[in-house]
Design a protein around this ligand. Structure first.
Ligand code: PRX
Length: 629
C-alpha cells in the first residue's frame, strides 16, 4: 500500500499543491485566487475567489461531447417504467425546471425544499436549483410531517417541490397529504408548492399555493436559463441529519470544494472514466444519493441510474439484471441490501452477465464479515466497504483502486482517503492512540474539500458539536469508535453517541423519544439501538406509562403500543418506528438522572451490563429484563 500511503501523505503535507491539481478537473468561470483560507479555524474555505457552478459541471459541459449519450437512466420496478435521458435531454429538462423555479422568484441563495420519491423530476429539480444558485434541501421521502415541518422551518424555502406519491414494494406511499400536514404545522410555510402528479394517489391542490409540475413544465418547454456563477464557498445544499439532540442539523455544503472532491473521487475511489455507467441504489434523500446518484457520476461524465424499487422485486436478481442490461461499471449499495439478498437463492447472483462490473461499493453502516465474504464470493468481484458521513460528503475511509490496487480485508473499510487527516484518539486525553487500541475516529482540521462548511444558520453549533468533544485539541469528531490494526487497516466499532443506524438509515434516538413522549399516556421513555441480523440495528423503546395499571393487561398494553407506533409513524415516518415498545415502571438511571443506555443495550443484546455502581434503582434493570421476556 505504498502508493496509497504516499498519495495520502502528499494530500496532507503538500495540501495546496495537491488540491490545486485536483481543481483542474472542474471548469471554473473565474479561477480561484487561493486554494485554502483557513484563517478562522475550524472553518475552511476552499478555492477562494473561484467561481463555478455544479449544474454547469454536471450537465452543460458534457452536452457537446456526449449529447446523445445516456446521462440519467430512470428505472422503476414500482410502476414498471424505464426512461433514459441523454445529456441533451437532461439539459433541456433542467432548464425547463430552472425556468419554472425562476418564475416563482427563486434565485441565488434562496432555498428550495424537495420532498420527492425516486423520480427523474427530483434530479432535474436539484440540478435546476444548482443552476440558479439556489440552495436545495432534499428531505427523505420516508420522513413524515413533524420531521418535515422542522426542516421547512429551519431552511425557510421559497418553494417546495413534491409529488402526489411514491411507491415502495408495490404499495403506494402518499406524499402530498404528509406535506399538507407538515405545512399546517409550520411557522414559516413557503408561498408556493409545485406538485408532480404521477397519478398514483388522489392529490388535491390548494388553489393559491399549489402548482402543477406538468403544466408548468409544458409552459417552459424549450426555455434556456443562464448558469449563475457562484463563489466557491457559497452554499450548494443543506442536508439534515440526526445527532444527539431532538433538533436535526442542517449540514451545509459548498460549491467548488464539493465539485472538486467528487470529480477526483470518480477516478481515485471508483477507478472510473467518462462514458461509464454508475448505479447507486441509495435514495436522493441521503448523502450517498446526493454525491453518487446525482453529482459525482454526472460531474465525472458518467451515466447514472436512478432506481425506484427494492433489491428483491420482481425477484432477487433485479440489481444484477440492471447491471447486465445497462452495462454497469460501478455498483454502490448498502450492507442491508446485501443482507436482504443473502436470504434469497444464491443462484440469483450468477444468472446475469456481470462482466462490465468492476467492483461493488458498500457504505452507510457496518459491513459484517460474513456478509462481505458471501457477496464477494458469490459475485467474484471486489467488495469495497467505505466509511463516511453526511458531514464528510464523500468517503473518509476506503480502498482507492484508482490510486493503487490493494487487497481489502473483510470487516474493514481499509484506509484513510487522501484529504482526510484521520486519527484514532483517546476519548480522555485527545492523544493519538497506537495500533490495536480502540479510540474515537477524529479528523485533524481543515476538513477537505467537499466536507460540510458549517451547520446552516448556526456557526456556533458547528464548532460546538463537532470540534469541542475531544479534550486538548481542536479535532473534528466523527462520533464513531475505531481501531487500526498492525497493518494499517481501519475498523469501525460503533457510535460514541446516541445515534443509531437502522438499515443504513441514520436516526437520532432523541427524536424518537420526543415523539413517543408526545403521546398523552407516556410519562417518559428511552430509545436505544439494538443489534439486528438483518437491519444492523433496530430501535427498541422502553416507556413508563402515566397509568401503570394499563401495562398489566396484555391486550391493553398491545393497544397502547400500537397507538404509540402510529404516533411515531405519523410524526417521523415509518423508518423511525421502534421494533418494539416495552413498558416498565421506571427507567434505569444514574443518581444524577441520566438514563443508562449502554446498560439497556447490553441487556437487550444478552450481554453483561458492566459497571452499575452509579445506578439509582437496581430493580429497574430487572424490569428491563422482565419486559424483554
Ligand atoms: O456510524 C457511521 C455509519 O454511518 C454514520 C454516518 O451515517 P450518514 O450520515 O447517514 O452517512 C452515510 C454515508 C455513507 C457513520 O458515522 N457508517 C457509515 N459507513 C460505514 C459506517 N459504519 C461502519 N462502516 C461503514 N462503512
Amino acid at each position: 500500500m505504498q502508493k496509497t500511503r504516499e498519495f495520502h501523505r502528499r494530500s496532507i503535507t503538500d495540501r495546496d499543491a495537491f488540491w490545486r491539481e485536483q481543481a483542474e478537473r472542474v471548469l471554473w468561470d473565474t479561477p480561484f485566487a487561493e486554494v485554502l483560507d483557513f484563517s478562522r479555524p475550524p472553518f475552511a474555505r476552499w478555492f477562494v475567489g473561484g467561481q463555478t457552478n455544479l449544474c454547469f459541471n454536471a450537465v452543460d459541459r458534457w452536452v457537446e461531447s456526449q449529447g446523445e449519450q445516456p446521462a440519467l437512466i430512470w428505472v422503476s420496478t414500482e410502476v414498471d417504467q424505464e426512461i433514459t435521458y441523454t445529456r441533451r435531454q437532461l439539459f433541456d429538462e433542467v432548464n425547463a425546471v430552472a425556468a419554472m423555479l425562476r418564475e416563482q422568484g427563486v434565485g441565488r441563495g434562496d432555498r428550495v425544499l424537495l420532498y420527492m420519491p425516486m423520480v427523474p423530476q427530483a434530479v432535474f429539480t436539484m440540478l435546476a436549483c444548482a443552476r440558479l444558485g439556489a440552495v436545495h434541501s432534499v428531505v427523505f421521502g420516508g420522513f413524515a410531517s413533524v420531521n418535515l415541518a422542522q426542516r421547512i422551518d429551519d431552511a425557510t424555502p421559497k418553494v417546495i417541490v413534491s409529488a402526489d406519491a411514491g411507491s415502495r414494494a408495490g404499495k403506494v406511499v402518499p406524499y402530498k397529504p404528509l406535506l399538507d400536514k407538515a405545512l399546517s404545522l409550520c411557522a414559516h410555510p413557503p408561498k408556493s408548492v409545485i406538485v408532480l402528479n404521477r397519478g398514483l394517489a388522489p392529490c388535491g391542490l390548494e388553489p393559491r399555493r399549489d402548482l402543477d409540475y406538468q403544466a408548468l413544465r409544458e409552459r417552459h418547454e424549450g426555455a434556456r436559463v443562464p448558469v449563475q456563477w457562484l463563489e466557491s464557498s457559497e452554499p450548494s445544499y443543506i442536508l439534515y441529519t440526526s445527532g444527539t439532540t431532538g433538533k436535526p442539523k442542517g449540514v451545509q455544503r459548498d460549491v467548488g470544494g464539493y465539485a472538486v472532491a467528487l470529480a477526483a473521487s470518480m477516478e481515485y475511489l471508483f477507478d472510473g472514466k467518462p462514458g461509464d455507467t454508475f448505479f447507486c441504489t441509495s435514495d436522493i434523500g441521503w448523502v450517498v444519493g446526493h454525491s453518487y446518484i446525482v453529482y459525482g457520476p454526472l460531474i465525472g461524465g458518467q451515466a447514472t441510474i436512478l432506481y425506484e424499487g427494492t433489491p428483491v422485486r420482481p425477484d432477487g436478481a433485479i440489481l444484477w439484471k440492471l447491471v447486465e442490461q445497462h452495462r454497469v461499471n460501478t455498483l454502490f449499495s448498502a450492507p442491508t441490501a446485501v443482507r436482504v439478498l443473502k436470504r434469497q437463492a444464491p443462484e440469483l447472483l450468477s444468472r446475469h452477465d456481470l462482466s462490465t462490473l468492476r467492483a461493488v461499493y458498500l457504505a452507510g453502516e457496518p459491513l459484517d464479515e460474513p456478509t462481505a465474504q458471501w457477496i464477494s464470493e458469490g459475485l467474484g468481484k471486489p467488495i469495497i466497504d467505505n466509511y463516511w458521513q453526511t458531514e464528510s460528503g464523500w468517503p473518509i475511509l476506503s480502498a482507492q483502486p484508482g490510486v493503487e490496487r490493494v487487497a481489502t480485508r473483510f470487516g474493514s473499510p481499509s484506509f484513510p482517503v487522501y484529504g482526510f487527516d484521520a486519527r484514532i484518539v483517546s476519548e480522555q486525553t485527545g492523544e493519538d492512540l497506537p495500533a490495536g487500541e480502540k479510540g474515537v475516529v477524529a479528523i485533524v482540521p481543515p476538513l477537505p474539500p467537499g466536507a460540510m462548511s458549517t451547520i446552516w444558520g448556526d456557526d456556533d453549533r458547528f464548532v460546538q458539536t463537532y470540534f469541542t468533544s475531544i479534550p486538548g485539541r481542536q479535532l473534528y469528531s466523527t462520533f464513531d469508535w475505531g481501531r487500526v490494526d498492525e497493518d494499517g487497516y481501519w475498523f469501525i466499532l460503533g457510535r460514541t453517541d446516541d445515534v443509531i443506524n437502522v438499515a443504513g438509515h441514520r436516526l437520532g434516538t432523541r427524536e424518537i423519544e420526543e415523539s413517543i413522549n408526545s403521546h398523552s399516556g407516556i410519562a417518559e421513555c428511552a430509545v436505544v439501538g439494538v443489534a439486528d441480523s438483518l437491519k444492523g440495528q433496530v430501535a427498541m423503546a422502553f416507556a413508563v406509562l402515566k397509568n401503570p395499571a394499563l401495562a398489566e393487561r396484555p391486550e391493553d398494553a398491545r393497544a397502547v403500543e400500537g397507538d404509540i407506533m402510529r404516533v411515531v409513524e405519523d410524526q417521523l415516518g415509518a423508518v423511525a418506528r421502534p421494533a418494539r415498545i416495552r413498558f416498565v415502571a421506571a427507567l434505569p438511571k444514574t443518581r444524577s438522572g441520566k438514563v443508562l443506555r449502554r446498560a439497556i443495550v447490553a441487556i437487550c443484546e444478552g450481554r453483561d451490563p458492566g459497571d452499575l455502581t452509579t445506578i439509582e434503582d437496581p430493580s429497574s434493570l430487572e424490569q428491563i429484563k422482565d419486559a424483554l421476556q
